[in-house]
Write a protein of this length. Structure first.
Ligand code: DGT
Ligand code: CA
Ligand code: CA
Ligand code: ZN
Length: 585
């Protein structure tokens, strides 16, 4: 039996709280499960050991009754209370929680009053006026729910790269270690580091196609087999994503690697370039055209050889979106793209002072362990009250704490004291200039009033950037990939204003955001606007998000010199202070 993880326990406890809410149970009971779920998420000890020694009850937020339930779950792999509770509900009802705006109260109402037990039924009832006619709902609510259902359909079937990477790498390693396999890669949008992927495209070369395909379709990740052949198989994993496997020979591998990496638009140009030389290019070979005219076909061993044969420098997978890479590869002007190892530090990180789950000390230790030379702290400001944003007094106390910790940690590593200050509706900031002036740097972000018209939102953000204390702009569009649309904002105008005011633009590396989008970085670079790759970490483990930010930065054609946190300690300070010294700033 697989070991029960803390995350799994937290999820079960959270589900219980949700079901109790649906049943309209006592709020204290509901809260007890919610607290216990949170306690599990942040529990840093060994779960099996705590169960064995009976010490779970000592955890804040875990009472005797819940401790017993956790023990049952950890020891037996099952929780009877949870199973019994779950059986009381029609299964489709839980899907409704995935619709923005549908909480337990509303779900209970449509279930009890209209007998709705699935998203499909909910959609129909929003369409025919039944939902609008219910007490506490109305036309507007029904329309919002309908829109949320449509949005979900639009996103259905795509996955965040942050959610699939671990399994994709595990599968790649699994295939690599098969003795029959010579070469392997995960191709498609995943290799191009797109922010979301429709499916995964694995490629292997081997002399034993049946054996390798057989292992692929029987892997423990697999929920169902869609197609199973010697050279082509498709499966659905338990996580919901489809994974394809292509099996080729060693000689075919570079061509298949190039073809299945895509994009389709990139492939099209590659094929045209081959045709222009009198050759044909497909996923298996570069061949002479039927007429047998033209130059002899060069030998190909690696993917780079294909590019060379077509008169091109090697194009990194991230750039293969048919957005100018061919012209640059022909003229030898492709940029040398930034790499993870180039990052010396990072900004925009939260601690337990606002809505983070790790302490200042833990964050500093984790940054040091990652080999970073500096870490910027930027907790929320007071207007973000739901995130326990800091007021002036708490912020200044944190600055003191940071100074003290810097002394303790000694040279070679530094915490920078900052704030993620809210940009208020009119573009003013949530904290006064006298307070901001005492910080090492400031990230300014929009966290409220998302529905302004584009012109007003753009003006609002530009006004914030005009404040000389605003070092960088946080998550430009506020988008949450696959769940919340970006608010309307004029990217080009923001980039212009960033250039004019000397404001850095953040590349928020949280895989749910990856904001500013990669498509806009070439313009920023052209205008001389600098990038800061920030994980927006709310836990020590999330400092690793930098890795996803690097993928997006590379897709945006960024070099080390375009990214301020490529600078070491000793050089970065001047960049953070530059705007304050600017004339008229
Ligand atoms: P996705 O899965 O929607 O995130 O995007 P991709 O790019 O991974 O697309 P996918 O999985 O349909 O196909 C993988 C690659 O195979 C794609 O990037 C390029 C190549 N490919 C697939 N179908 C075609 C096609 O009809 N024409 C060309 N030229 N290439 C194709
Ligand atoms: Ca794909
Ligand atoms: Ca595919
Ligand atoms: Zn934020």
């Amino acid at each position: 039996m697989a070991e029960i993880t803390k995350d799994h326990v937290a999820e079960v406890l959270g589900d219980i709280a949700t079901m109790l809410e649906l049943k309209d149970e006592n709020v204290f009971k509901i809260r007890a499960y919610q607290n216990a779920a949170r306690a599990m998420e942040t529990f840093s000890g060994n779960l099996a050991q705590a169960v064995g020694e009976g010490t779970l009850e000592k955890l804040a937020g875990v009472g005797k009754a819940i401790a017993e339930k956790i023990s049952e779950l950890v020891v037996t792999g099952n929780l009877s209370y949870y199973n019994i509770l779950k059986a009381e509900f029609p299964p489709g009802i839980f899907d409704m929680f995935g619709i923005t705006g549908m909480g337990p109260k509303k779900i209970q109402a449509v279930w009890k009053k209209l007998g709705i037990t699935s998203v499909g039924e909910l959609e129909a009832a929003c369409g025919d006026g039944r939902v609008a006619g219910m007490k506490g709902f109305g036309e507007k609510t029904a329309a919002n729910i309908l829109k949320a259902i449509e949005d979900r359909k639009k996103y259905a079937g795509r996955f965040l790269i942050g959610d699939i990477e671990e399994d994709a790498m595990a599968m790649r390693e699994f295939l690599r270690e098969l003795p029959e396999v010579t070469r392997v890669e995960a191709c498609g949008s995943f290799r191009r580091r797109r922010e979301t992927c429709g499916d995964l495209d694995f490629l292997v070369s081997t002399r034993e196609p049946e054996q390798v395909s057989g292992r692929f379709v029987k892997h423990e990740f697999v929920e169902s087999v869609i197609a199973h052949g010697a050279t082509k198989s498709s499966v659905r994993w338990k996580t919901g994503i489809q994974a394809d496997l292509r099996v080729v020979t060693e000689e075919q591998f570079p061509f298949a690697l190039n073809y299945f990496t895509g994009s389709k638009e990139h492939n099209l140009v590659m094929r045209q370039r081959a045709l222009a030389r009198g050759w044909t290019l497909n996923e298996y070979r570069l061949g002479e055209a039927p007429k047998g005219e033209g130059q002899p076909v060069p030998e190909i061993h690696e993917e780079a050889d294909i590019y060379r044969a077509l008169g091109l420098d090697f194009i990194p997978p991230e750039l293969r979106e048919s957005m100018g890479e061919f012209a640059a590869a022909e003229q030898h002007t492709l940029p040398r793209l930034i790499e993870r190892e180039n990052l010396r530090g990072t900004f925009h990180n939260h601690t337990t002072a606002s809505d983070g789950r790790s302490t200042l000390r833990e964050m500093a230790d984790a940054a040091i362990a990652l080999g970073l030379e500096y870490l910027g702290i930027a907790d929320h400001s007071k207007a973000s009250f739901q995130a326990h944003g800091l007021d002036e007094a708490r912020l200044l106390a944190q600055v003191e704490e940071i100074h003290a910790l810097n002394k303790e940690l000694g040279p070679g590593f530094r915490l920078f004291a900052g704030s993620e200050v809210d940009i208020l509706k009119d573009g003013s900031l949530d904290l006064p200039d006298e307070v901001l002036a005492q910080l090492d740097y400031v990230v300014a972000s929009v966290h409220s009033v998302f529905s302004l018209p584009e012109a007003e939102m753009t003006k609002r953000i530009i006004r914030a950037m005009e404040n000389k204390h605003v070092t960088m702009l946080g998550h430009l569009t506020g988008r949450l990939l696959l769940s919340r649309e970006a608010y309307a904002v004029d990217h080009a105008a923001i980039i212009e204003a960033a250039a004019a005011t000397g404001t850095i633009i953040e590349l928020n590396a949280n895989p749910r955001r990856l904001d500013m989008d990669w498509r806009w970085w070439p313009l920023a670079k052209e205008k001389g606007v600098k990038c800061a790759i920030n994980p927006d970490a709310h836990h020590t483990s999330q400092l690793q998000y930098l890795h996803f930010g690097i993928g997006t930065a590379r897709k945006g054609w960024l070099r080390k010199s375009d990214v301020v946190n490529g600078l070491p300690l000793g050089k970065i300070e001047a960049v953070l202070a530059a705007k304050r010294g600017m004339k008229g700033g």
